[in-house]
Design a protein around this ligand. Structure first.
Ligand code: N01
Length: 487
C-alpha cells in the first residue's frame, strides 16, 4: 500500500521536503500551511530594510542556485520571489492547502490523524513538520503597552498602511531586525527614537550590488556560481562557526573587527560608550551592518539607553521621567524561538503528548525526531545549528537523513521508526556538556537560551553535523518495537 505524507508549513524547509519527496516519485502528500501564501519567515517579515545576513549565493537550495541576485545580501522580497519561483518550477503549489493550520496530530493505529483549524481531517503515514523557529512574535511585557494611542505593530507584522513619512517613530529593540530597520527609516521620518536595552556587537559588512557583468557571469557559468556557493559556505564554517563553539582566536578576530568598527565609525565618545557591549561578541546573534552606525548618527535619530518605565498614550516614558513622544511604535522585540510546533497538539504512542515529552525542555534526537513519536520528523527542530550556518544547508542535510529513515518503512524493513529514548538521552546529555564551551553561555540574554538557560543550538563543528547527518545509526532507533504497531 502506498504511503501518504503530510508536510506542515510551506516555508523554506517545507518546500524543500516537498521537492525531495517528488524527486523520489512520491506524489501522495499535502503541505498544510496556516497562512494564505508560502514563504514562511520571508512572507511574514516585510519590514523596511529587510535583507538576509547570509550571503545570497549560500542562501539558496544547493540544487537551485541563482546567479542573478541583486546584492551580496539580498532583500527579503527578492528571497520571497525566489521561493515562489522554485515552488512553481517543481510543481509544489498544487500540493499546498492554504489557510489550514494543523491544530492536532494524533498517532492512532500506526498512522497520524491530523486536524486543521477549519476542522478538516486527514490521515497520513508520515508527518514532516517544517514549522520554522522564528515565527511567534514576542511581545514585550512593558506596562502600558495597550495604552499607546497611535499605530503600533511588531516588526514581523509591519503595518504598511501606516504612514511613516514625516512621523515620530519609536523602535523598541536592537536585534538584527531593528538594526536593519533603522537605516531604512532614518531618512523618511521626522524623528527616530531607538530604545536599546542591551548594546550590540556590530560587524561591518558591506552589501554591494552585483554588476550586470557579474550576474551574467554567474548565470552563464554554473561552475562559477558553484565556486561562489562553496566559497561562502566554507568561509562561514572556517570563521563564524568556529568562533561560536569556542575557537578563541576566531572569536577574538570578530570582536576586534566589531570594536574597530565602533571606534572608527561612531564619533561621539559618549555615544560610543553607550554602544559598547559588556559581554562577548556572538553571545547574542552577531549583528552585521555597515549602515547602522551612520544612520544612528543622523540628526533626527536618537539612541535611548535609559530603561523604559512604561508606555503611555502619546509615547514611551523612560526611567529618568522623560516622555519620548511618538506617532508610531515599532516592536522589534524578536520571537519566541522555543515554541517548536506549538500551539499544535501532538499525541504520540500511548497518547503521550509532545507537551508532556517536552515539559522540561525541547529535546529531540539529532533535531529531527522524538522518542515515542514514530514516523514523525522535524526540519530545523531543537538544537539545529541555526546560529552557525545557512539554515538551508542545515535543512538539506536533515531532509536527506529523514528520508533514509522513511525508506526503512517504504522498503518494508519496519512499519515505523522512532529514536530510542536511550539514544535521545545520550545525544542530549552530550549536547548539554558541549554547550559549556560555547560563547552562547558566556553571559548574555538572547533568544538562543531556553528557560533553563540552555542554548537551542548546535555546539559542535559543521563538519561534525554534516558527518552525523550522512547516515542514521540504526542502533539508535526503535525499529523492532515500532514494527509491532499496526498499519
Ligand atoms: O529579535 P532579537 P530580532 N524591553 O531577539 C529587545 C533572525 N533575523 O527580531 O537584547 C526592551 O534578536 C531585546 O533586548 P535585549 C536572527 O536569527 C535574521 O531582532 O534582550 N527591549 C533585543 O534588543 C535574529 O537573531 C535576519 O536586552 C526589549 C530585541 O528586543 C532573530 O531573527 C534579520 C524587550 C530583540 O532582538 C531575531 O532578531 C533579522 C523589552 N521588554 C532577524 N523585549 C537575517 O538577516 C525585547 N527587547 C537572516
Amino acid at each position: 500500500m502506498s504511503k501518504r505524507f503530510a508536510i506542515i508549513g510551506a516555508g523554506m524547509s517545507g518546500i524543500l521536503a516537498a521537492i525531495k519527496l517528488k524527486q523520489r516519485g512520491i506524489e501522495d502528500f499535502t503541505i498544510y500551511e496556516k497562512a494564505s501564501r508560502l514563504g514562511g519567515t520571508w512572507r511574514d517579515n516585510t519590514y523596511p530594510g529587510l535583507s538576509c545576513d547570509v550571503p545570497s549565493h549560500v542562501y539558496a537550495y544547493s540544487f537551485e542556485l541563482k546567479g542573478d541576485w541583486t546584492r551580496r545580501f539580498s532583500p527579503g522580497a527578492e528571497i520571497q520571489r525566489y521561493f515562489e519561483g522554485v515552488a512553481e518550477k517543481y510543481g509544489i503549489e498544487r500540493h499546498i492547502r492554504y489557510n489550514s493550520e494543523i491544530t492536532r496530530a494524533e498517532h492512532v493505529d500506526g498512522r497520524w490523524r491530523l486536524r486543521t483549524s477549519s476542522r478538516a481531517t486527514d490521515t497520513v503515514d508520515f508527518v514532516i513538520a517544517a514549522t520554522g523557529v522564528l515565527h511567534h512574535p514576542a511581545m514585550p511585557d512593558i506596562p502600558g503597552l495597550a495604552d499607546f494611542k497611535g499605530p503600533k505593530f511588531h516588526s514581523a507584522r509591519w503595518g504598511h498602511a501606516v504612514p511613516i513619512h514625516g512621523k515620530r517613530v519609536g523602535i523598541i529593540g536592537t536585534g538584527s531586525t531593528a538594526i536593519q530597520i533603522v537605516p531604512a527609516l532614518a531618512d523618511r521620518v521626522a524623528k527616530l527614537s531607538l530604545f536599546q536595552r542591551t548594546a550590540q556587537w556590530v560587524l561591518p559588512l558591506a552589501n554591494p550590488f552585483y554588476s550586470a557583468e557579474e550576474k551574467a557571469m554567474f548565470r552563464e557559468s554554473p561552475e562559477r556560481l558553484q565556486q561562489s556557493y562553496d566559497f561562502w559556505s566554507q568561509r562561514f564554517v572556517d570563521t563564524f562557526a568556529r568562533a561560536v563553539i569556542g575557537n578563541q582566536d576566531e572569536l577574538q578576530k570578530i570582536e576586534d573587527a566589531c570594536r574597530l568598527n565602533l571606534e572608527e565609525n561612531v564619533h561621539d565618545p559618549e555615544l560610543r560608550w553607550r554602544l559598547t557591549p559588556n559581554y562577548r561578541a556572538a553571545c547574542k546573534r552577531l549583528i552585521m551592518s555597515d549602515e547602522f552606525y551612520p544612520a544612528l548618527q543622523k540628526p533626527n535619530v536618537e539612541l535611548v539607553t535609559e530603561g523604559i518605565d512604561r508606555i503611555e498614550a502619546t509615547g514611551v516614558r523612560t526611567k529618568d521621567g522623560a516622555l519620548h513622544v511618538l506617532d508610531v511604535l515599532v516592536l522589534a522585540t524578536g520571537f519566541d524561538g522555543h515554541a517548536f510546533l506549538r500551539p499544535m497538539e501532538v499525541l504520540g504512542e500511548g497518547g503521550r503528548t509532545l507537551a508532556e515529552a517536552w515539559s522540561e525542555a525541547n529535546e529531540a534526537y539529532r533535531s529531527v525526531a522524538v522518542p515515542g513519536f514514530p514516523n514523525f520528523f522535524m526540519l530545523v527542530g531543537p538544537n539545529s545549528p541555526i546560529g552557525n550556518f545557512s539554515v538551508i544547508m542545515i535543512s538539506e542535510l536533515q531532509i536527506d537523513y529523514i528520508l533514509q529513515l522513511v525508506d526503512l518503512v517504504l522498503e518494508g524493513r519496519c512499519r515505523a521508526v522512532a529514536p530510542s529514548a536511550a539514544a535521545a538521552r545520550r545525544f542530549n546529555d552530550a549536547l548539554h556538556e558541549a554547550m559549556k564551551g560555547t560563547v552562547w553561555v558566556s553571559g548574555c540574554r538572547s533568544w538562543y537560551l531556553d528557560r533553563n538557560g540552555n542554548p537551542a543550538l548546535w555546539p559542535w563543528s559543521f563538519d561534525r553535523f554534516r558527518a552525523e547527518m550522512q547516515k542514521p545509526d540504526l542502533a539508535d532507533f526503535d525499529l523492532a518495537s515500532a514494527a509491532t504497531t499496526q498499519v
